[in-house]
Write a protein that binds this ligand. Structure first.
Ligand code: AMP
Length: 411
């Protein structure tokens, strides 16, 4: 299968040659012809599957092949994404693929001045990539009209809902023309996503490139149980012992992120952070430094989980398990991309066992536990059965013998 056989025009094929894309990925093989034909699409495809090119390439082609020229404050293709990072990344993809085409594209998200975004809209845009809150602001301030809108793309729609954008999304959809093409991409087809699809899509082609709610198989996933207060120490120990290269680490809170970065830096390890409290330029800088290899450890909260596009990242560490089980899939998806092997290790404390059970149910596996000598937890993490249940062992009466048993500590 080649990109040419999918019906893409020369300027796009040239861009793909420059980028070194040789063969379409499965989601691209299915999505490109359908989108070119104007069909609606519902795709279960997580980051790393090549989904962005799956919608960006055919949409660029449709924009360049069909009129009319876009008027002032109008937009023809609207791509809604959950985070600023993803907005930047998707926009970069449109620019990379459409570099040879006479099309106008822009990106809009909150946390930065709205004026330059309004200026860009004044001339009209073929493609606008935006986060829901800022998009609605622009619309309500009359900087944007949807009369010429042809296609709506909802990228990482599950995440849009998880981040609490349901209301904004509803308001935006109400403002769009009824007659349009709609493409919905989501890592998982949860019930809310299915409900959304029912309302939004018209006889969609359904594409599922990996089985429902599974993490990518090429990723070796395992758990180390540890007491909460020793997680940083364990992480440092693993980093040295296993000679990890670059690692993306997920921590639950912004404060936790900063604490870990400080400990790493204090030990002479180059580390940076990316979380919601940081201004956008600082986040992008941290990401760029990590991508360039200047920073060895990037510590992030889930805000950053979706947008990161880092190729060949061998290691993801779940320093804390995510509160929302689906985020485990999104986080883990940062490694093992495009068929490469990766590792995702979770440091799990006794207080996280319910979260672990939820992740195992969602991903339909019981994660292998590997003990790290010297770090056996004082607070045992109960076993799980992969069905969302925590197996609680009946308490044995305390005997002298038990004090010296495995995992127990001496009095
Ligand atoms: P995505 O799933 O859209 O985030 O894409 C994941 C990564 O795969 C990005 O870095 C893309 O540049 C890259 N990619 C997408 N399609 C292809 C392809 N057909 N061949 C090689 N790399 C690709």
């Amino acid at each position: 299968m080649t990109f040419a056989s999918l019906g893409l025009i020369d300027p796009l094929l040239q861009a793909l040659v420059t980028l070194g894309y040789q063969t379409p990925t499965p989601v691209q093989t299915q999505a490109i012809p359908a989108v070119l034909a104007g069909r609606d699409l519902m795709a279960a495809a997580q980051t790393g599957t090549g989904k962005t090119a799956g919608f960006a390439l055919p949409l660029l082609q449709r924009m360049v092949m069909t009129g009319p020229q876009v008027d002032s404050n109008m937009v023809r293709v609207l791509v809604l994404v959950p985070t600023r990072e993803l907005a930047e990344q998707v926009h970069e993809s449109f620019k990379a693929y459409g570099g040879h085409l006479p099309l106008r594209t822009a990106v809009a998200y909150g946390g930065v001045s709205i004026n330059p975004q309004m200026m860009k809209l004044r001339k009209g845009l073929d493609v606008l990539v935006a986060t829901p809150g800022r998009l609605l602001d622009l619309y309500r301030q009359n900087a944007l009209h949807f009369d010429q809108l042809q296609t709506l793309v909802l990228d990482e729609a599950d995440r849009v809902l998880d981040l609490g954008f349901a209301e904004e999304l509803g308001a935006i959809i109400t403002a769009l023309p009824k007659k349009r093409q709609t493409l919905l991409f989501s890592a998982t087809f949860s019930e809310p996503i299915r409900a959304l699809a029912k309302v939004l899509l018209n006889k969609p082609l359904t594409v599922e490139v990996s089985p429902r709610n599974t993490t990518v198989k090429a990723i070796r996933q395992w758990v180390i149980t540890v007491d909460k207060k020793r997680k940083a120490e364990l992480f440092m120990h693993l980093l040295k012992k296993r000679r990890w290269g670059q690692v993306l680490v997920f921590v639950k809170t912004r404060k936790g992120v900063e604490q870990l970065v400080s400990s790493l830096v204090a030990q002479g390890i180059s580390a940076d952070s990316i979380h919601g409290d940081k201004p956008q330029p600082a986040r992008l800088r941290a990401l760029d430094r990590f991508k360039a290899g200047e920073v060895k450890i990037l510590v992030a909260t889930d805000v950053a989980a979706r947008g990161l596009d880092i190729e060949d990242l061998p290691m993801v560490v779940h320093f804390d398990l995510p509160i929302v089980a689906e985020d485990y899939i999104h986080r883990t998806g940062r490694t093992g991309r495009a068929g490469a092997t990766g590792e995702a290790v979770s440091l799990v404390g006794a207080d996280e066992v319910e979260l672990l059970a939820a992740i195992e149910t969602l991903t339909r596996q019981v994660l292998k536990r590997i003990d790290e000598p010297g770090f056996a937890p004082e607070h045992r993490v109960p076993d799980t059965n992969g069905l969302g249940q925590v197996i609680k062992k009946p308490k044995k009466p305390k005997t002298k013998k038990m004090y010296f048993g495995a995992g127990a500590h001496k009095p």
